[in-house]
Write a protein that binds this ligand. Structure first.
Ligand SMILES: [Zn+2]
Length: 342
């Protein structure tokens, strides 16, 4: 079993019999790397997640597979946890060359459709959400970016197979099951291999960071509520070895789920307190909250991370409103929050 000094170190690291963790690079990204997992199925390989379609990532994948006597053409299928580019796009690129089968959660269908629509119209579908959050400075930033930031559609072609509730996957020699875990994205799925005690967790449960909530092409009504329900779902399974998409493999999924739940309880209390102190929109509340483990100020975050901070805050405020712990009203298209008793 591995003892990762640095979990981003290139290679194919065996984490269970016939299962290898392969970290692939994410240039210019605070997450540093994304793990894909190669599963030996006898004849070929199944990969959980594909990485981001970039030359450097492809080269890293090829040399990692070579070290276990495999090549990219041996990848029979990709089981993709969610539609984000660091997980999905390289699976599509490799399918184009070798015909590997790509599977993705059915809940990602609206996001894929929204991406095509955005490319067609040049309209960013996330603008309405930022307006509701009262985030005019970020709206102005996105509008000025215009269509230049709209992704290359060819990387987001539809999958071969949509995974539905509890699809059992025909992976020879293993019983791998897809379990929907909406939250980080609406169509996020994790994959269990119960007979080997493994959870391929994607971004649902990460060992060192909390996944972003509410940052989506098509926002859910209650992304945080969905996420907490999905954490409860994983907590109700046996305690499995955690194979995350970012960070090292750890022994207990349950231990990390408990920490994530505690984190969001604390954030909910902080969000409620800043609203009660008079910050009445998601944007104004986000400005007041500490960010990241280093407790950075909102004003010191780059614009993209401010964007994530605002959608994350909105997700917390919406859950507090749904629970009756805050009151929410909409004025001129902006959601305003006040103390429940006020
Ligand atoms: Zn990710």
């Amino acid at each position: 079993m591995e003892h990762p000094q640095d979990w981003t170190e290139p290679g194919a690291h065996q984490v269970a019999p016939g299962v290898y963790r392969i970290p692939l690079p994410l240039p210019h990204d605070g997450l540093r790397a994304v793990n894909v997992y190669a599963i030996e199925t006898g004849a070929d390989l199944a990969l959980v997640d594909g990485g981001w379609a970039l030359d450097e990532s492809r080269q890293r994948l090829e040399s990692a597979l070579r070290s276990i006597g495999r090549t990219v053409s041996d990848i029979g299928r990709f089981l993709v946890t969610h539609v984000h580019r660091d997980h999905y796009t390289q699976a599509v690129a490799i399918r184009r060359e070798f015909g590997s089968k790509v599977s993705l959660g059915i809940g990602e269908k609206p996001a894929l459709e929204a991406i095509s629509e955005a490319v067609r119209t040049g309209e960013n579908p996330q603008l309405p959400l930022l307006r509701k959050a009262g985030a005019e400075p970020l709206v102005a930033w996105l509008e000025q970016l215009g269509s230049s930031d709209i992704p290359d559609l060819s990387n987001w072609e539809p999958p071969d197979e949509w995974l539905t509730e509890d699809s059992m996957l025909a992976v020879p020699g293993r019983e791998i099951q897809a379990v929907p875990t909406p939250g980080h994205t609406q169509g996020h799925v994790v994959f269990t291999d119960l007979s080997n005690g493994l959870l391929f967790a994607g971004d649902h449960v990460l060992p060192h960071i909390t996944p972003s909530i509410g940052f989506e092409m098509v926002p859910a009504e209650q992304p945080l509520g969905d996420f907490l329900n999905s954490l409860a779902r994983v907590r109700a399974m046996p305690d499995l070895r955690l194979l995350p998409a970012h960070g090292p493999v750890t022994d207990s999924t349950h231990a990390r789920v408990d920490q994530l739940v505690a984190h969001h309880d604390e954030r909910l209390a902080q969000c409620r307190a800043v609203v009660e102190s008079g910050r009445d929109t998601a944007y104004r509340a986000a400005e007041e909250l500490p960010w990241t483990r280093r407790r950075r100020r909102f004003a010191d975050l780059d614009v993209f991370n401010q964007f994530l901070a605002v959608t994350e805050t909105m997700a917390h405020l919406e859950l507090l409103a749904a629970r009756g712990e805050l009151r929410r009203e909409t004025h001129d298209g902006v959601r305003r929050y006040t103390a429940a008793g006020g």
